[in-house]
Design a protein around this ligand. Structure first.
Ligand code: BGC
Ligand code: NOJ
Length: 812
């Protein structure tokens, strides 16, 4: 069942009912100011850091769902009170529609001949959110209504705001100036920052104290002030400051009024001291309000925002016979990659914004998906990440976005981490041709005195694996590899310790076949990068180490029909047919085969067949099988999850993509694309009542076949799934791969496909690539014509002339 539809021309998903199976959200913001907004206006905003600079309040896990805070509007129409975005009043609307677009959301609601359309967006280079409100009288008699706005301020530190009431109920301070309500509570330090909420018209009244507005025991759905149609003009003093305006609006039949509300954030220089505690320096706010003094200015800013997105999305475009595929590749997958770049894992409807910082492995993998859109920011991100690397090549597992410092509480020892940095840098150099990044002097552990060229960081990453090998010559897993919940060293943790906080101790020998596969796959990329950048000896050294690892994997890491997952700390096999449960895991199959292991002797195909047979379901591939049904102290967290959820045999959409890539490497385009369609959001749209999450973005996990709620997704938006699926479809299946000297064309597609076109902007040139498949094969490029001339290999040579080049690829 569907709850809306895709409007591809506008790059929007149009939700046609307020009762979606779960709040379906969107993100506003491109740089520093970000907002989450649900299809009924729920959500919150923050500046740079969702924990430390939370602007508006939102209650997670609230009942009813998604009524824990948002930007709320109310209409008082002759004692009838309703909300144009449905929430929070939830009164039946004659018409409701929510359009989630690229960085904006437009919600329309009408009732009793009043139609209200609100467009929410964060303009480019603006630390605030615009709500353009259009109210129209669609009836044939005069209307006199009162429009109320509402936001609730968060006292900046979102965690403290939810816990430290003995303090915080005393600190709230506001200031009113015309139609602007300033929130100027200080938070334990003099930062000289404030937020404001304003409207570009004179107001009838206002409120800034929550209790005065709602009434002590009322909810957002029935504020006393709105029920009476009259603001209290309250000025908050402690407790919970809010900002609400009321405006009396008279409309003749057919008449329309437009208003612009601005929710903004200002950070003054510290020395630009408040004149006194009661008067803040408002110069910047005034300027921001001036920028949006009229509705036309808001429209122009929205146009600039859509142009910005059109430009970003134009760097890889596809025309194929499949609408669902086109909209994933051209619009939604790329959009999700950018959101993941901006937000990492900080703030979604499943991530509270106060939990995690930037993950080392996560951010390196995210980069693979947004790199072609914003290579400069990718470069910056790479240096930030590498600066948190430790001298032995290991890395802090997370760092804080505001300070960019490694998080000491979590530390390092996740032994897959260092390799992802290599992959990110390789992808960056292939995309940009910018080898100079390898020379950038980059600190270890954020300590400038320990700086070394980035190339040295990569070497240490590579060596971190070979310096940490176990008894079978396979990489030690450390606290966990990509699978955070496979904690093979956890059985000797101190009581109360978790895998996140434990430090690995001597004598721990658990080994990861997955890291071994990564080492072969990413190591080969490293060796090639070294060769390309002139470090031939290093390249030869790397190749030797890789051969050694290949041998170790084929000797000790293959279990007869598939790749093992690991050896536990007792030297027992994990992910083997000998195991009672968890006989096969997905990760090692994907990464070993991506590294080319088992391709020459049929073992890769055998493993992939085992994946389909044992892990395959109609909703995607489960992570392991059989699911763990009891707790195994030697495996840790994975076996604490109920069967079919999360890392215990859930469908982890992230590593489903590795199998797509592996199938493509093995030449089986039909299988690769089949797996792609099982989890790509646009393909889940038709069973949204089962899947429940947004049909326009990936979720981290879908409940697996062992789960009671098989097919139900959770944790949408902020997941490495976005970038890996983008890589799988664009580079491995459609086969358009950026390479050092041009674009490598190597499709692995369903045999039935006849043709498709990809337009790829690459280092300033544009390549219009038409792939033809007259013989209906899955793999193999027979000829490649660039501007009518036959190319020497399957690589489109980089021209570097800034021009458009026509490329015809014939498969066969
Ligand atoms: C989740 C993992 C996640 C980890 C991060 C675990 O509870 O199952 O998916 O990687 O938390 O800390
Ligand atoms: C989510 C985490 O962010 C990521 O780092 C991890 O690899 C996966 N979960 C799998 O555990």
């Amino acid at each position: 069942m569907q709850y809306g539809y895709f409007d591809d021309a506008r790059k929007e998903y149009v939700i046609t009912t307020e009762s979606t199976p779960y709040p379906w959200i969107n993100y506003l913001g491109t740089q520093d100011y970000f907002s989450l907004i649900s299809n009924t206006g729920g959500g919150y905003s923050f500046y740079k850091d969702a924990k430390l600079r939370r602007i508006t309040r939102f209650r997670y896990n609230n009942v009813p769902l998604d009524l824990g805070g948002g930007r709320y509007y109310y209409i008082y129409d002759d004692k009838d009170v309703w909300s144009p975005g449905f929430a929070p009043v939830k009164k039946k609307l004659d018409r409701y529609e929510c359009r989630h677009g690229m960085g904006y959301t437009k919600i329309t609601g009408s009732r009793n001949n009043i139609e209200t359309e609100i467009t929410f967006f964060v303009p480019i280079d603006f630390n605030g959110e615009v709500h353009k409100v259009v109210v129209k009288n669609t009836g044939d008699s005069d209307k006199n209504i009162t429009l109320f706005s509402f936001v609730e301020w968060c006292l900046w530190n979102a965690q403290d705001d939810q816990t430290n009431f003995q303090r915080n109920f005393n600190t709230g301070e506001v200031e009113i100036e015309g139609s602007t309500i300033y929130h100027k509570t200080e938070y334990k330090e003099r930062r000289n920052h404030y937020a404001f909420f304003s409207v570009n018209a004179p107001v009838t009244g206002f409120d800034s104290d929550r209790e005065s507005f709602l009434g002590t025991y009322n909810g957002f759905d029935n504020p006393e002030a709105v029920l009476e149609g009259k603001s209290r003009n309250s000025v908050a003093d402690g407790w919970s400051p809010i900002a609400s305006h009321s405006l009396d609006i008279s409309l003749k039949p057919g008449e329309t009024k437009e208003l612009v509300f601005i929710l903004g954030y200002v950070e003054n220089a510290l020395e630009d001291k408040w004149e006194s505690k009661n008067v803040i320096n408002k110069t910047k706010a005034h300027k921001m309000l001036e920028e949006f003094a009229t509705a036309e200015k808001a429209d122009e800013a929205l146009k600039r925002l859509t142009d910005y997105w059109d430009d970003l999305l134009s760097r890889y475009t596809l025309v194929s016979g499949e609408d669902k595929l086109n909209r994933m590749v051209n619009i939604w997958n790329q959009y999700q990659c950018m959101v993941t770049f901006n937000l990492s894992r900080s703030a979604s409807y499943f991530e509270s914004g106060i939990g995690r910082g930037m993950g080392f492995r996560d951010s390196n993998q995210d980069l693979l998906g947004f790199l072609h859109q914003i290579p400069d920011r990718a470069r910056e991100r790479i240096i930030d990440l590498a600066s948190t690397q430790l001298e032995d090549g290991g890395a802090y597992h997370q760092y804080q976005p505001l300070t960019k410092r490694g998080n000491d509480e979590i530390g390092g020892n996740f032994n897959d981490d260092p390799l992802w940095l290599i992959l990110a840098v390789v992808a960056y150099v292939k995309e940009t041709g910018d080898y100079s990044i390898l020379k950038v002097s980059t600190p270890f552990d954020n300590d400038e005195s320990k700086a070394a060229p980035l190339a040295e960081h990569l070497k240490r990453s590579f060596d971190h694996v070979i310096n940490n090998l176990g008894p079978h010559g396979l990489p030690l897993i450390g606290r966990a590899d990509w699978n955070d919940c496979l904690n093979l060293n956890c059985f000797s943790m101190e009581p109360g310790e978790s895998f996140q906080t434990s430090t690995s101790k001597d004598g721990r020998v658990a080994e990861s076949v997955m890291i071994a596969g990564m080492f072969v796959y990413i190591g080969k990329e490293y060796a090639e990068l070294m060769k390309k950048s002139g470090s031939v000896e290093e390249s030869i050294r790397a190749e030797k180490e890789i051969s050694r690892m290949e041998k170790a994997v084929m000797e000790h890491g293959y279990d007869g029909e598939w790749f093992l997952r690991a050896y536990d700390d007792f030297g027992k096999k994990v992910g083997s047919k000998e195991c009672e449960e968890g006989k096969i895991f997905i990760e090692s199959q994907g990464l070993c085969i991506m590294g080319g292991l088992g391709l020459s002797d049929g073992k890769a195909i055998q493993a992939l067949d085992a994946v389909e047979e044992r892990l395959g379901t109609k909703y995607g591939l489960v992570l392991n099988n059989p699911a763990f049904t009891k707790y195994y102290v030697e495996y840790g967290e994975i076996s604490t999850y109920p069967a079919g959820y999360k890392e215990n045999a859930g469908i982890f959409c992230h590593n489903n993509a590795w199998i797509m890539c592996a199938e493509a490497v093995a030449g089986r385009g039909d299988k690769a694309f089949d797996y792609y369609t099982r989890i790509a959001p646009a393909y889940t749209e038709e069973y949204s009542e089962i899947h429940r999450m947004e049909p326009y973005v990936y979720s981290q996990m879908v409940a697996g076949k062992d789960a009671k709620r098989f097919g139900e997704a959770k944790n949408s938006w902020l997941t490495g799934t976005a970038s890996w699926n983008f890589v799988a479809i664009t580079q491995y299946i459609l086969g358009i791969k950026p390479d050092y000297d041009g674009i490598l064309v190597d499709p692995a597609i369903p045999k039935a496909w006849d043709t498709y076109q990809v337009t790829r902007r690459f280092r300033g040139d544009t390549y219009k690539i038409t792939v033809k498949n007259p013989e209906h094969v899955s793999k193999g490029v027979k000829s490649l014509l660039v501007d009518g001339k036959e190319a020497a290999s399957a690589v489109i040579p980089y021209a570097g002339d800034g021009k458009v080049h026509e490329v015809t690829v014939t498969m066969g």
